[in-house]
Ligand binder design. Structure first.
Ligand code: NAD
Ligand code: UGB
Length: 329
């Protein structure tokens, strides 16, 4: 949503595609659709596995770029519904790449990988050159596989491809399954929240990255993603294959996230602290963002307090003062 609005605002033509699945409340997805369509962005309802639909779209429109964000997200849900990750993050990606390599001309592709590919790395901050062969979750493994699969489409068909490893993105219109969102909902409803703790009771920490900073990184990488040199599936010159971290400048612990929310919501949280279950979570993430900064000037400017303040303002407006998680729009 945010990327498409930013592209439209600067004058780009934008067409979106989403299958509006029910991983979380589809009414939130449809509310986003209303916002983007009110700005003249057309959203096609469909699945990236629908090769015929993609082919029809690419015959109708000569896309110069593809910003591929469609995926089954969420680290912990992979243990409940593994096939959804294969469907969207592997099969769906390949279907999209097959369409792009045959397109005339081939679009430059920028797609969302994930900080989770760093898996069980302990060297921080994570650099793009660090090992990524020990994913801790199926989600992470599908994103790592995506990086390997996109590399082959660059190598064989000359597709220009950039992978962006986002680090725990949050902000207005975000995802209800993520901690910042579900904690806000439950704290306001007076329900207990569960805070996971790592080995030896260490606090878990994330490089929480505000959505507006991520959008700037996406547009920066789109602008520097040189168009492919191939056309119609035939490789010509050497096209770009790039990977960048898009994170923040310093990680914040989950207990600190909770205390910021308590202050913003003016409600004391009821916290159950439990040992981090073996659910694919990693104790911490922290990005080295120097490569994205050097290549396209990526520089996050929103710290967690400022970002959560904007998120809470949106949340109370969208769900209303009762904030019971039911949209009033
Ligand atoms: N939010 C984060 O913290 C974070 C961090 C790292 C990477 N990412 C990646 O960024 C991208 C966007 O994530 P998000 O957090 O906005 O999640 P999201 O679930 O809100 O957005 C993904 C969208 O893709 C759609 N979708 C899923 N499978 C599809 C399919 N097969 N066909 C068509 N549409 C499909 C969903 O309906 C959803 O609207 C994802 O690729 C995710 O893995 C997110
Ligand atoms: O950067 C990524 O690539 C990933 O970012 C995001 O994953 P995470 O960083 O795990 O975000 P999130 O679930 O908000 O948990 C935040 C913290 O709260 C802890 N957490 C979580 C839930 C809970 O009930 N209690 C708790 O302590 C939890 O253990 C963690 O320490 C995306 O969801 C995912 O799609 C992926 O893309």
């Amino acid at each position: 949503m945010h990327v498409s609005l930013a592209l439209k605002k600067r004058g780009d033509g934008v067409v979106g595609l989403d299958n509006f699945n029910n991983y979380y409340d589809p009414s939130l997805k449809r509310a986003r659709r209303k916002v983007v369509e009110s700005h003249g962005i057309f959203i096609v309802e469909g699945d990236i596995n629908d090769a015929a639909l993609l082919s029809k779209l690419f015959h109708m429109i000569s896309f110069t770029h593809v910003m591929h964000l469609a995926a089954q997200a969420g680290v912990r849900y992979a243990m409940k519904n593994p096939s959804s990750y294969v469907h969207s993050n592997i099969a769906g990606l390949v279907t999209l790449l097959e369409t792009c390599k045959s397109a005339e001309p081939q679009p430059a592709i920028v797609w969302a990988s994930s900080s989770s590919v760093y898996g069980l790395n302990t060297k921080v901050p994570f650099s793009e050159l660090d090992r990524t062969d020990r994913p801790a979750s199926l989600y992470a493994a599908t994103k790592k596989a995506g990086e390997e699969i996109t590399h082959t489409y660059n190598h064989i068909y000359g597709l220009s491809i950039t992978g962006l490893r986002f680090f725990t993105v949050y902000g207005p219109w975000g995802r209800p399954d993520m901690a910042y969102f579900s904690f806000t909902r439950d704290i306001l409803a007076g329900k207990p929240i569960t805070v996971y703790q790592g080995p030896k009771q260490i606090d878990l920490a994330r490089d929480f990255t505000y959505i507006d900073d991520i959008v700037k990184g996406c547009l920066g990488s789109l602008d520097t993603a040189k168009k492919s040199t191939g056309s119609g599936g035939k490789k010509k010159g050497h096209a770009q294959y790039r990977i960048f971290n898009l994170g923040n400048t310093s990680p914040v612990t989950v207990p600190n996230l909770v205390s910021i929310l308590e202050k913003l919501l003016k409600v004391k949280a009821k916290v159950n602290i439990v040992a981090m279950p073996g659910n694919g979570d990693v104790p911490f993430t922290h990005a080295n963002i120097s490569l994205a900064h050097k290549e396209f000037g990526y520089q996050p400017t929103t710290d967690l307090h400022a970002g959560l303040k904007k998120f809470v303002r949106w949340y109370l407006n969208f769900y209303g003062a009762s904030a019971d998680g039911v949209s009033r729009l």
